[in-house]
Ligand binder design. Structure first.
Ligand code: ACO
Length: 359
């Protein structure tokens, strides 16, 4: 048996043609194209096409008219439950029982609908009714339509923020949620099951749940006016600074610069305090772990940018999921082509054979 690696760190579990971040973090490329070339030039729905079909056209479609059965206003759990429900509502075929074309089309329908579910759930949370399809159709891009459905209006700066955020976070190799999606797909389950499993994996604070915890940190620093003291206290109490550190990158996440730049362009009120906290956090983390590079990750300036677009912290894990539908779809399709069940091994370290009376 091969060597055991806690957290599977460094283990190569799949081969992919979609994207994989490099350790130095110089750039992030989708199917070879640097995301710097995409942001501001093609909207998210076409980036979906690049990732899934390796072509910009036709990209992700508009969502079909569909009313989710029971929205609570808690977007991450609404998204997970309603995506799973679509498997039966739409009678999706098991991946193992259908061809690549149908899997691709199921993923396109699901991706579009998942965006609509989050927008509708957010409207419920705000005590509003989501806008109908006829109204939403006025929007040009997926980001604009998302905001129109959720809020009934779409500020151009907010559209720009969300489109940029979605493109930057659309895909990132074999992260925890994508691995979850691929494992589920590898069993031959349907696409709704694979996508909803991925939503669950993404909701944790060590993965997509981090931005929700960044803003309270910024509030605390703004109140105390002492970023260095805040960071020291947090680390002394064995806390983690959200938005820093990454399993793969040992340098600043390339997405972080794009998100920060966009936050600057649209005039984020939190940028100053974020920069002060970032500077203090990087210095203190370096002091404490000089041999282990912990840099700013995508979540830190995602939180700042989403805040500038008036996206409340509770909604950020679901926003991340709406972005990642592209990456998950591309990987589920790639997994369909691979067709091999993912089933690693565990090394048993429990008690030896014994009788029930010994328990
Ligand atoms: N704050 C404080 N200490 C940290 C941080 C952090 N943000 N990140 C890592 N460390 C420390 C750990 O405490 C650990 O120290 P120890 O060896 O003394 O126990 C050491 O660095 C290594 O940490 P691991 O968790 O083993 O490193 P890993 O590569 O698995 O960590 C992770 C990656 C989980 C993202 C981590 O950096 C973290 O918890 N960051 C904060 C949460 C966060 O920002 N999550 C979003 C990640 S990006 C994404 O998923 C899209």
């Amino acid at each position: 048996m091969s060597e055991f690696k806690p957290g599977l760190e460094g283990v190569v579990a799949i081969q992919t043609e979609i994207a994989e971040p490099d350790k130095e973090g110089g750039a992030l490329r989708y199917r070879g194209v640097d995301i710097e070339e995409l942001v501001g030039k093609v909207p998210y729905e076409k980036v979906w096409g690049l990732l899934v079909d390796e072509e910009l056209e036709p990209g992700m479609p508009d969502p079909e008219t569909y009313e989710p059965k029971s929205l609570t206003g808690n977007a991450p759990s609404d998204l997970q439950a309603e995506t799973a429900r679509l498997s039966s509502e739409w009678a999706l075929k098991k991946i193992v029982d259908t061809d690549e074309r149908e899997v691709r089309d199921d993923l396109a329908r699901l991706s579009a609908q998942m965006m609509s579910i989050v927008a509708q759930s957010a409207a419920v949370h705000d005590g509003r009714k989501a806008a109908p399809d006829e109204f939403v159709a006025q929007g040009d891009t997926a980001a604009e339509k998302f905001l129109l459905r959720w809020r009934g209006e779409a500020d151009p700066d907010h559209v720009k923020a969300i489109d940029t955020y979605w493109i930057c976070t659309a895909e990132h190799g074999l992260n925890a949620s994508t691995f979850t999606a691929r494992i589920t797909a590898s069993t031959g389950a349907d696409c709704g099951a694979a996508m909803s499993a991925a939503v669950g994996a993404l909701s944790g604070p060590l993965h997509g749940g981090a931005p929700a915890r960044v803003l309270p940190m910024l509030d605390a620093v703004a109140e105390s006016g002492d970023p260095a003291g805040y960071v020291k206290d947090l680390l002394d109490s064995k806390g983690r600074i959200m938005g820093f550190g990454h399993r793969i990158y040992r340098a600043e996440d390339p997405r972080s610069q794009i998100l920060k730049r966009t936050a600057q362009e649209i005039g984020s009120p939190r940028l100053e305090v974020a920069e002060a906290l970032e500077e203090a956090a990087l210095a203190e983390l370096h002091n404490r772990k000089p041999d282990y590079v912990i840099a700013t990750n995508v979540e830190f300036y995602s939180a700042v940018l989403l805040d500038a677009a008036d996206v409340p912290p509770y909604l950020t894990p679901a926003m991340f999921a709406t972005a990642r539908v592209a990456g998950w779809s591309a990987h589920i399709l790639e997994e369909k082509r691979t067709g091999r069940l993912i089933r690693p091994s565990a090394r048993y370290i429990g008690p030896g054979a014994r009788s029930l009376s010994a328990v």
